[in-house]
Unconditional design. Structure first.
Lengths: 87, 996
């Protein structure tokens, strides 16, 4: 499998590390129910079959964290952007 | 028309014909079961055996029935031999794809004492007790027999060939290739596609698993554009070879379709040679990146299932043509033909052309097309007939034919059979696509293929040569266009007349009608499976083992599920198919490993002082990818314990140094560098004075301790962070995540400096004296000028840039000195020279570990991902004034439970006893059960400072139980020791040596 890093071009998947779903956002640590929110942030994930926006780290390349849109059924990658560019 | 070679030349090869694609100027000799055989370059082992009159080549897996050569290709299920001997011996090698070479040695498999007289063929008599799945119903009584009797017997009986137990002397390469269009298979359709794509200028790679190019054109007598098929394909190959952007790869099989247009292929570089040439690999594993790919893998002829269809002499009709036309071998002298389709009749034509007697042509169809029969008025043609049996012991002598009129016996020493053709579509299913059934072809054709892959020709169900050429050409053109090239359409050459029609015939009826030859599965077994309720195709496969042999069902899958469909009254598509997964053909594990064997299994990293340490006879230990000096034995020392104890005693009484370059080092710069570190660590770094260092602990977001290290402040906006050796890469990745994803607004930049600095710890009462000899003025290393936890940038040894940190892992007066990595070796030698008059010693990771345990410093054993800062006794370090990673989750009830095991020191009650890491701590006198488990021992060492074993661990209650005696329980090492709980520090508890 290859991933098109926006900085480095199409590279072998072995250059990257996968983290998981990119959609959860780190909760406000000051919120009154912070523990519950952090529990969901750390542990709870939708196990999506289909379009998935996920985080990959180009560790053996430019070290950018990337937001990748990949279909978990077919592995077809629709888009790859640096995470900073999408937020 | 060709005659057999005359007796004067061909006694050894009585069945050799004239013509063919073999090279008669290069005779080769080999051995089969110790008997000499002769052939020519261009023969396979199978064609040479047939030429020499040998057709009994193996014994079947379960019943030990005599078996002969069934096919001429990689789908062969019977002619499996052990090739070569010694370390290169390889079992289950297909004689049909093994190229003959001088000195070839092959041995038949699965028989004792010999192929002709196999005593184990007695199994045939037991066959009523050995149907599919018999082992689910037997071997259960008595229970004690299972391990002692049944399992050893089954292990001996299992398998076909024997692997060599010696290390593989060959090596294997891995290679990468890139192209616009990949063509899989160089038969008619593949060559047409390659030609069309290549003419556009696209980069084309053609992979052909055979050693010759041409596919069925090598074996069939066809005409393309007015010339013989072989001439046409030679011309196309010449054109392709003349284009520099085209790469033709023979002996190369594409075995897998992976994501993103990546294809796996195996090139058999040296399999056809006695052994690889010097510096050549045995095989080469390719990863091919192709924008588009065309699957032109052809189709595989299907056997017919009738009683005793596995007798040596029964052969696929297309294989008979291969042996006649390509290998110039007559498979027999009196050949009968049994077919349910038009293509089988081609074999009759070729037999006649080669002067071989045809004893009967049996077509199962009642409506055989008249044009087929027209040229056979002089032959015995039987319409609407079935072969219902064979006879002849270890070689066919006669067949039984059944028609509406009754049964008759016909003499034949060879039976060519054709049940139709199955497109070889496995690769189209590698992404989960399922094939589609076609009633008109009585075969499956590709369904949804992986993106970028198109099937053409016979692989796509095109049974006429003209359609193969047309479809291949158009696909090649389209693929080049999709890859961005301008490609024009090609005219399709005229071909000789042809027809295709087939009427399915799945089972003639009767017993011992083999469906899966390699695993000895008959039509009766499929019926048994259905009776017992295993009706889905997935259950059928696993219950009967149909399709699970090394040929992966290439000849058996379709017949098997068609028979099941008939038994269950379903249409074939309803029964479904099993999945196809890579590899499409067997691939040697050595080829997948490539050069990653032994020491080269993975990369290793050496410290700057590695060579120097080797010269000191250091013993090394693997620490992740690093090789680190573990201890430095001196002559006369009897074991590591003596060496390590000496190193520790010398450090604590004089001075020693140790290479600690492997710890992670990260430069952190920027206006917000301090703020960034505050969010990573549990303690505060933004208030660290310039020129000072501080120990830090960081958590994971789930609240567990993650990593620790010392971070120094070199300037307002410059910090130098260290991590543990094991976590360096992980921490760096985590920092990037925090900066890029969580807090992109912070003005901070960081870079890995692990490989930039050689770093040594210098520890002991004389540490300052040693370094004083190396530091350059005006730097002053006096205690008042450079106190504990100080950090400085300076030069040493007359101008070499360096950093000095007054840190102590050992608890002694100690420093760490860092210089650019290229000076590491020189610094090690300088430290030895400077310290020699003071009795300096070099120490390794063992002594480093002993000393940190003596001081109760936690390390990787304690930071195992399951402990919190509180558990480690570092809870007070957690700042309440700032947010940091893991702060919120660390407050979870489960992580703040006072009953969690806490860090404690351990000493044996009896000073002579040994402690073991990994043992559990239970109350003294309690039963040794999990209910009484209260903790675990994480680190142990023999302390030469106090002369007994010591340990660190975690126990419920922790420091509140100091003074209590508990039991250390270790079932693995059979050790049960009374230990006293104590404070986790064993040397200099007040820390007075640090600040001197």
């Amino acid at each position: 499998m290859r991933i098109a890093c926006p900085h480095c071009g199409l590279r072998d998947v072995r250059e990257f590390t996968y983290l998981g779903d990119a959609t959860p956002e780190r909760p406000d640590p000051q919120a009154p129910d912070a523990v519950d929110r952090f529990n969901a942030y750390v542990y709870m994930r939708d196990n999506t079959a289909g379009a998935h926006r996920e985080l990959w780290y180009h560790g053996a390349g430019c070290q950018a964290w990337l937001a990748v849109e990949r279909n978990t059924r077919t592995h077809v990658i629709a888009a790859v952007r640096s995470y900073k560019a999408t937020s | 028309m060709s005659e057999p070679i005359s007796a004067s030349r061909g006694e050894q090869q009585p069945h050799r014909l004239g013509g063919g694609l073999i090279n008669r100027s290069r005779p080769v000799r080999g051995l089969f079961d110790g008997k000499a055989i002769e052939g020519f370059a261009g023969d396979t082992l199978a064609s040479a055996l047939l030429a020499n009159g040998i057709r009994l080549v193996g014994r079947s897996f379960k019943y030990h029935r005599p078996r002969g050569i069934l096919t001429a290709g990689p789908e062969e299920p019977n002619a499996l031999v052990e090739l070569r001997s010694g370390a290169r011996r390889e079992p289950n090698t297909r004689a049909t794809t093994t190229e003959m070479f001088e000195g070839l040695e092959a041995t038949s498999q699965n028989r004792w004492p010999s192929l002709q007289f196999d005593l184990l063929s007695m199994n045939s008599l037991l066959s009523p007790f050995l149907p599919a799945g018999f082992y689910y119903k037997t071997f259960m009584w008595p229970a004690s027999f299972w391990e002692r009797v049944y399992e050893p017997l089954i292990r001996k009986a299992a398998g076909l060939g024997r692997a060599s137990a010696e290390p593989d002397p060959d090596h294997y390469e891995q290679a990468y290739a890139f192209c616009d269009v990949l063509i899989v298979g160089a038969g008619a359709a593949g060559l047409a596609a390659a030609q069309a794509a290549a003419r556009s200028g696209a980069r084309v790679i053609v992979c052909e698993q055979d050693f010759l190019v041409g596919g069925r054109l090598l074996a069939d007598d066809r005409e393309i554009g007015g010339v013989p098929g072989g001439i046409w394909s030679d011309a196309v190959v010449a054109e392709l070879n003349g284009r520099p952007q085209v790469r033709m790869m023979t002996r190369t099989c594409v075995f897998g379709v992976y994501d993103s247009g990546v294809y796996g292929a195996i090139e058999r570089v040296s399999d056809h040679l006695p052994q690889p040439a010097a510096h050549q690999p045995r095989q080469r594993l390719w990863r091919i990146m192709a924008k588009r790919a065309i699957l032109a893998s052809g189709a595989i002829e299907r056997p017919l299932a009738f009683p005793d269809n596995d007798r040596p002499g029964v052969m696929m009709a297309s294989a008979v043509r291969s042996y006649l036309n390509r290998f110039a071998v007559r498979p027999g002298q009196r050949v009968a033909l049994f077919t349910n389709n038009d293509d089988g009749w081609r074999t009759a034509k070729d037999l006649r052309r080669h002067g071989v007697e045809i004893t009967a042509i049996i077509d199962s169809r009642p409506d055989v097309p008249a044009p087929l029969k027209a040229q056979w008025s002089d032959a015995r043609v039987i319409d609407d007939g079935r072969v219902s049996g064979t006879s002849g012991g270890t070689g066919l002598r006669a067949i039984s034919v059944t028609t509406r009129g009754g049964r008759q016996r016909i003499k034949a020493d060879t039976l060519a059979m054709s049940g139709g053709w199955n497109p070889d579509l496995g690769l189209t299913c590698h992404h989960g696509g399922r094939p589609v059934w076609r009633d008109d072809l009585a075969a499956f054709v590709p369904g949804q293929a992986p993106p970028g892959l198109t099937a053409v020709g016979a692989a796509n169900g095109r049974m006429l040569l003209r359609d193969c050429l047309a479809e291949g050409s158009e696909a090649g053109r389209k693929a080049a266009e999709d890859a961005g090239f301008v490609a024009s359409g090609e005219d399709v050459p005229r071909v000789d007349d042809e027809t295709f029609a087939v009427t399915a015939l799945w089972h003639v009826g009767g017993h011992k009608a083999f469906v899966d030859f390699q695993n000895d599965v008959t039509a009766d077994d499929i019926a048994l499976s259905e009776r017992e309720g295993f009706r889905s195709v997935e259950h059928l496969k696993r219950y009967t083992t149909l399709g699970m042999a090394t040929d992966q069902g290439k000849l058996s899958n379709v017949n098997g599920l068609a028979i099941m469909a008939a038994l269950t009254g379903q249409a074939i598509p309803a029964v479904g198919t099993t999945s196809y997964r890579p590899p499409h053909i067997p691939v040697a594990i050595g080829a997948l490993a490539g050069h990653h064997r032994g020491k080269q299994f993975r990369p290793f990293r050496l410290t700057p002082s590695h060579q120097w340490a080797q010269q000191q006879s250091a013993v090394f230990v693997e620490s992740g990818a690093w090789l680190r000096a573990q201890y430095f034995p001196r002559p006369g020392e009897k074991d590591w314990l003596e060496t390590v104890s000496r190193e520790v005693r010398t450090v604590r009484s004089a001075v020693g140094f140790c290479d600690v370059s492997t710890l992670g080092k990260i430069e952190v710069h920027g206006a917000d560098a301090g703020a960034f570190l505050d969010r990573l660590y549990i303690n505060t770094f933004s208030n660290l004075p310039v020129g000072r260092a501080r120990y830090g602990l960081m958590l994971r977001e789930d609240g567990m301790a993650f990593d620790d290290g010392t971070t120094s402040r070199l300037a307002d906006d410059r910090y130098f962070m260290t991590t543990t050796t094991a976590n360096a890469v992980r921490v760096f990745q985590h920092m990037h995540f925090c900066h890029q994803v969580l807090w992109p607004e912070l003005d901070v930049q960081f870079a890995s400096a692990t490989d930039e600095w050689a770093q040594f710890s210098v520890a002991g009462p004389h540490a300052r004296d040693v370094l004083a000899r190396l530091v350059d003025p005006p730097f002053s290393i006096a205690n008042a000028d450079f106190p504990y936890m100080g950090v400085a940038e300076l030069t040493v040894c007359g101008g070499i840039p360096a950093r000095l940190y007054r840190l102590s892992f050992s608890g002694e007066l100690a420093y760490e000195i860092g210089v650019p990595a290229r000076y590491g070796d020189a610094l090690a030698r300088s430290l030895m020279r400077a310290g020699e008059p003071l009795g300096i010693v070099s120490y390794g990771t063992e002594a480093l570990g002993v000393m940190r345990i003596e001081k109760g410093h936690v390390a990787g054993n304690e930071l195992d991902g399951r402990t919190t800062a509180d558990d480690l006794g570092l809870g007070r370090m957690m700042s309440s004034k700032k947010d940091f990673i893991g702060r919120v989750m660390a407050t979870r009830p489960g992580l703040t439970d006072p009953k969690r095991p806490k860090l404690v020191g351990l000493r044996p009650r009896n000073a002579g006893e040994r402690l073991y890491a990994g043992s559990h701590l239970l109350p003294k006198g309690a039963a040794h059960t999990i209910e009484n488990d209260q903790g675990i021992v994480t680190s142990v060492a023999f302390s030469p400072s106090i002369n007994h074993w010591i340990g660190l661990g975690f126990i419920v209650g922790g420091a509140t139980r100091i003074g209590e005696t508990v039991m250390m329980v270790d079932f693995m090492r059979d050790s049960f020791v009374d230990v006293e709980l104590c404070a986790p520090v064993f040397v200099d508890p007040k820390g007075e040596r640090l600040r001197g």
